[in-house]
Write a protein that binds this ligand. Structure first.
Ligand SMILES: NC(=O)C1=CN([C@@H]2O[C@H](COP(=O)(O)OP(=O)(O)OC[C@H]3O[C@@H](n4cnc5c(N)ncnc54)[C@H](OP(=O)(O)O)[C@@H]3O)[C@@H](O)[C@H]2O)C=CC1
Ligand SMILES: O=C1CO[C@H](CO)[C@@H](O)[C@@H]1O
Length: 364
């Protein structure tokens, strides 16, 4: 991150904090210009690799909320590619991922396959000279992430992890609140992400060979949120319970930052509140569920002041799509808001969580 938030960590903060008036009326000034309308972003031509669930949401977000276009979709299956293209108004289909990445109409490839395949599919796109947006979790582990980033560096193409939360308006707003010192020095971050998935050994979330489990799919949001607010931790402690298939069913994770800490949880076995909080020496921010999607938050200060940031709810992936378009037009290879180092740090934390809880994917 999170340069703002890093300076908010106890070890980096001055002992006397600046004091700001805590009124909601100040907020528009804090966030103005931080999150531009995605419709003002340049146009790019997207190619979608993998015609699954999230690929459909992404195609709609691009179509309905940006000036960019999804020009092609690639699937392992021709019928699925054609059905997807018809549903989302895409004019070119490829029944082969290599054909998709080599399509000269495509500027940026969006990799929307299971975690187990992100490395190979991102490398395929980079080898074809394409910019790439890779769904979260970026890869199965840090070593695979490095392979992608080394290849991108050598090819001079843009690559970003699709951690869409970082680009949402309420996250920009709460970063503004932190940067103004309104909650003081941060001492604690909490976040949970739990969704109920009935046991099905064939489902990608329960399948070890697809790098299933709670952590890479759901837990990556709390982990990335803590990294965004506090940076990379100095210690990682995890407790986990595994599924019948040997992936993580649920986890409790504590990240240490000297005096500050983050307490995080994730589960495949229940719909949890999916809320987050950031507590400081002068107050706290309570982010409503679903914290990682467009939402609202409340600021509660120790001096009695309280106010609410009223966000919208609904689709939010256009913000990350717009970030990619802006970065590509600017000739950047990484986003300043979701840097390669940010991705490596998150992957390293998750590697350590898996090491402590005994989760290993086949062929890693
Ligand atoms: N940002 C967000 O809100 C969300 C992000 N995600 C992320 O998106 C990615 C995909 O998740 P989701 O869309 O739910 O998954 P789906 O299973 O719905 O789709 C994945 C697609 O990947 C392709 N694929 C390629 N190889 C395989 C394989 N061996 N097994 C299965 N599918 C394969 C398939 O497309 P085809 O057959 O067409 O080639 C499949 O449809 C994950 O990284 C996940 O974490 C998921 C949901 C929400
Ligand atoms: O990012 C995500 C958000 O929620 C989905 C379920 O609805 C997850 O499976 C997914 O990976």
């Amino acid at each position: 991150m999170s340069n703002d938030a890093r300076t908010a960590a106890p070890t980096d903060q001055p002992t006397s904090l600046p004091h700001f008036a805590a009124t909601a009326a100040d907020l528009p000034e804090v966030i103005s210009g931080v999150v531009p309308d995605p419709r003002t972003a340049p146009t790019v031509r997207w190619g979608i690799l993998g015609a699954g669930n999230i690929a459909g949401s992404f195609a709609e977000a691009v179509r309905d909320h940006t000036r960019a276009r999804v020009v092609a979709v690639g699937s392992r299956d021709r019928v699925r590619a054609e059905r997807f293209a018809t549903e989302h108004g895409i004019h070119t289909t490829h029944a082969d991922y290599t054909e998709l990445v080599e399509d000269p109409q495509v500027d940026v490839v969006y990799v929307a396959t299971p975690h187990s395949h992100h490395r190979d599919h991102a490398l395929l796109a980079i080898a074809a000279g394409k910019h790439v947006l890779v769904e979260k979790a970026f890869t199965r582990n840090e070593a695979e992430a490095r392979e992608i980033l080394d290849a991108a560096r050598a090819a001079g193409v843009f690559v970003m992890e699709a951690m869409w939360t970082r680009f949402l308006p309420h996250v920009a707003a709460l970063r503004g609140v932190i940067a103004r010192g309104e909650i003081g020095q941060i001492v604690n971050v909490t976040a949970d992400h739990g969704q109920f998935f009935p046991f099905d050994p064939e489902h990608r979330l329960y399948a070890p060979d697809l790098a299933g489990g709670a952590l890479l799919d759901l837990g990556v949001y709390p982990v990335s949120f803590a990294h965004d607010v506090l940076g990379a931790p100095s210690s990682v402690t995890a407790v986990g319970a595994l599924t019948e298939t040997g992936v993580d069913g649920q986890l409790g994770i504590t990240l240490g930052y000297g005096r500050a800490m983050a307490t995080l949880s994730t589960t495949l076995w229940s719909q949890t509140p999916n809320v987050a909080s950031i507590s400081g020496t002068a107050g706290r921010i309570e982010v409503e569920g679903t914290f990682y999607a467009p939402t609202s938050f409340r600021v509660v200060r120790h001096d009695g002041a309280e106010w609410r940031y009223e966000g919208f709810r609904g689709e939010g992936k256009q913000y990350q799509a717009a970030e990619v378009a802006r970065c590509v037009e600017a000739g950047l290879t990484e986003s300043p808001r979701m840097t390669w180092q940010d991705t490596l740090d998150v992957m390293r934390t998750m590697d350590e969580v898996r090491r402590q809880t005994g989760v290993v994917y086949p062929g890693e």
